[in-house]
Ligand binder design. Structure first.
Ligand code: ZN
Length: 247
């Protein structure tokens, strides 16, 4: 049995660049000093230093490995799970929660030179997220309605920003607000409406096990909020888009 206290500290092999603490601890410290929140649905991408994401991947894989051991899974001999920890770490950091760790895709906005002010809707846009409570999938669609302001963005960009925002642990009510904030920041529309319909595996796969239940919520801002006829028009346009799907 080896002692945990080295008899001669100077003989310990120390890598010169060795991190003094887990990388998550260093990132957390930095965020706290800057007063930046790091809730599950916040993006940290602007606060990560070069190379830290790779280090996080190693750290998370190590913790997942420990979780699997705690679940009494023989990861040393089970060929199906021997690399599960690495896969889960990659999946969280680079796929399903990439909206926390990767920067927002570059989205260019352009001047609204023709002063377009008719509303339009984009959808359905597939959304994939996970509930903050259990980290199980939330899958659904969203529709975005815009009354353009001074700037416009390409239609496909709405799907890109939605994917980025939803790829974090969420509760649906807050996800819609965060997406609305991002779209307002990108193109400052005179009016913005977002409708989300999603199925929560929290309710389908576990808990009450209700396979058909879905959650629908919306946010309306600017002219959509102040003008009931515009809000009505948005929901009518969404209905038409849904009808196109079923034909
Ligand atoms: Zn849940």
């Amino acid at each position: 049995m080896t002692s945990t206290i080295p008899s001669n500290p100077s003989s310990r092999s120390v890598t010169p660049d060795a991190a003094p603490s887990p990388v998550s601890g260093r990132i957390r410290e930095r965020l706290m000093q800057a007063g930046v929140p790091y809730f599950a649905n916040d993006s940290l991408a602007d606060h990560l230093l070069e190379g830290e994401l790779d280090q996080l991947e190693v750290e998370v894989a190590g913790k997942v490995r420990e979780m699997l051991r705690s679940l009494v899974i023989d990861i040393d001999n089970d060929h199906n799970t021997e690399e599960t920890a690495e896969r889960v770490a990659r999946m969280y950091l680079h796929e399903v929660f990439k909206g926390r760790y990767h920067k927002q895709p570059k989205i260019a906005s352009f001047p609204n030179v023709k002063h377009l002010d008719e509303i339009y809707t984009v959808g359905p846009i597939s959304i994939r997220s996970a509930c903050s409570h259990h980290l199980v999938p939330i899958l659904g669609n969203c529709w975005i309605g815009i009354k353009p302001g001074d700037r416009v963005i390409g239609l496909s960009k709405f799907a890109r920003v939605a994917d980025w925002v939803f790829s974090r642990p969420h509760i649906q009510e807050e996800a819609v607000m965060i997406l609305a904030d991002e779209i307002e920041r990108l193109c400052k529309p005179q009016g913005l409406a977002i409708l989300v319909k999603a199925q929560h595996y929290c309710m389908k796969w576990r808990g009450v096990k209700e396979p058909q239940t879905s959650m629908v919520n919306s946010v309306v801002r600017g002219d959509f909020r102040h003008d009931p006829s515009l809000k009505h028009e948005f929901f009518e346009l969404v209905k038409q888009q849904q009808a196109v799907l079923s034909t």
